[in-house]
Design a protein around this ligand. Structure first.
Ligand SMILES: [Zn+2]
Length: 381
């Protein structure tokens, strides 16, 4: 009873399907759909091509902004260091001037005691110690030894004044410098935001194109670096030139910043307190995961200069140092062994980087001594 009924329906359905199928493919309606789809595809492709071009432009601008930032930051550190040294020099001059003033007062007092009225007059009419020191009366009165100290006072006072004036100029430089640095920090974060937007909207083709671009840039940089190193080796017989780590010391090294970062070779740039930069500063958004570059044991720490840090001890004795972290991951603990690619921190600006654009300060220390990490990082990021 059921079979003829169902067979009949199967036949009807089959017929309907055939009728439906054949004309549908040929209908004008569908051709328009196909054309529209074709146009949409072309528009989408053009959009992605534009996005790719934007990405290339933004990357170049970002690199250039980071370069400017590094320069200005180095200038800033250098200026601040000079100022601190000038301040102590001014302080020394002032102490010396105070001692010499004391000596000048003694001369005046001595003159008063022995009734030298012309000198007393000068002493009382002088509005500044400089007037007194350079007054004829005092100079006439002073014995040879005393005269020397008075000359000295004059010189020291002038030096203190000159240094103070220069200090004012330097302080103005620092303020201008800081304002410029802040603008660049904003620019960097805007560009990073733009880059993230492009990546968020990228389709598979664009993502692949961007990956290719990144790889080509890496390869070019590695090649440039290789040539530079070769030239340095040829020209310099001096040992310990900032050539970076030997590739054999960092086998399997991977980029420490997930998704890469913007950075330049800032090895040896001036830093606060007259120190030299011993690492590479890798700029990216706060909170970007930082990865173990090789297998090893990690140690978390905190200090006021570096802020939150991670040390990674590779089995071959090379130490990798990550600092200015925003935070440490909560799922692993200090002292633990981790494998390459494990998240060992999150990018930030803790420690003395708290007024800078968030970045990872990264060091490579073969045998405990930092070498320029740039070539190694450049070829991996
Ligand atoms: Zn740094």
């Amino acid at each position: 009873m059921v079979r003829p009924f169902s067979r009949r329906w199967v036949t009807v359905l089959l017929a309907l399907a055939l009728v439906g199928l054949v004309p549908v493919a040929a209908s004008a309606q569908t051709q328009a759909d196909v054309d529209r789809a074709e146009r949409e595809k072309e528009i989408a492709e053009a959009r992605q091509t534009q996005a790719y071009q934007d990405y290339v432009d933004v990357s170049a601008q970002l690199e250039e902004a980071v370069e400017r930032y590094e320069q200005i930051y180095a200038q800033h550190a250098d200026l601040v260091y000079r100022i601190s040294r000038m301040e102590s020099a001014v302080e020394r001059y002032q102490t010396e001037a105070a001692e010499l003033e004391e000596a000048a007062r003694d001369i005046v007092l001595d003159a008063y005691m022995s009734g030298q009225s012309n000198l007393i007059g000068s002493a009382f009419s002088a509005t500044t110690i400089q007037d007194l020191v350079t007054s004829r009366a005092l100079i006439d009165r002073a014995a040879k030894r005393e005269l020397e100290s008075l000359d000295n006072l004059d010189a020291v006072s002038r030096e203190a004044d000159r240094s103070s004036a220069e200090l004012d100029v330097r302080r103005a430089d620092v303020a201008a410098n800081q304002a410029e640095a802040e603008l660049i920090v904003d620019e960097i974060s805007t560009l990073q935001q733009r880059q993230r937007e492009i990546l968020a909207q990228a389709d598979a083709n664009l993502t692949a194109a961007i990956e290719t671009l990144k790889r080509e840039r890496r390869e070019k940089a590695a090649e440039d670096e290789r040539i530079k190193r070769q030239q340095a080796e040829r020209s310099a017989s001096r040992p310990g030139a900032a050539g970076g780590a030997a590739p054999a010391a960092t086998p399997g090294f991977m980029c420490p910043v997930q998704g890469g970062a913007s950075f330049i070779d800032s090895w040896g740039f001036p830093r606060s307190g007259g120190r030299k930069h011993k690492g590479v500063d890798m700029f990216n958004a706060r909170g970007t995961p930082l990865l173990a570059v090789v297998d090893g044991r990690i140690k978390f720490s905190y200090n006021s200069l570096g802020g939150r840090s991670t040390h990674l001890y590779a089995d071959n004795g090379v130490v990798y140092y990550y600092t200015h972290l925003d935070s440490h991951p909560s799922n692993i603990s200090s002292g633990q062994r981790v494998s390459k690619g494990t998240v060992v921190g999150f990018l930030g600006n803790s420690g003395n980087a708290r007024y800078t654009s968030p970045h990872l300060h990264f060091e490579i220390r073969p045998g405990g001594k930092a070498v320029n990490p740039y070539p190694t990082v450049r070829s991996a990021c």
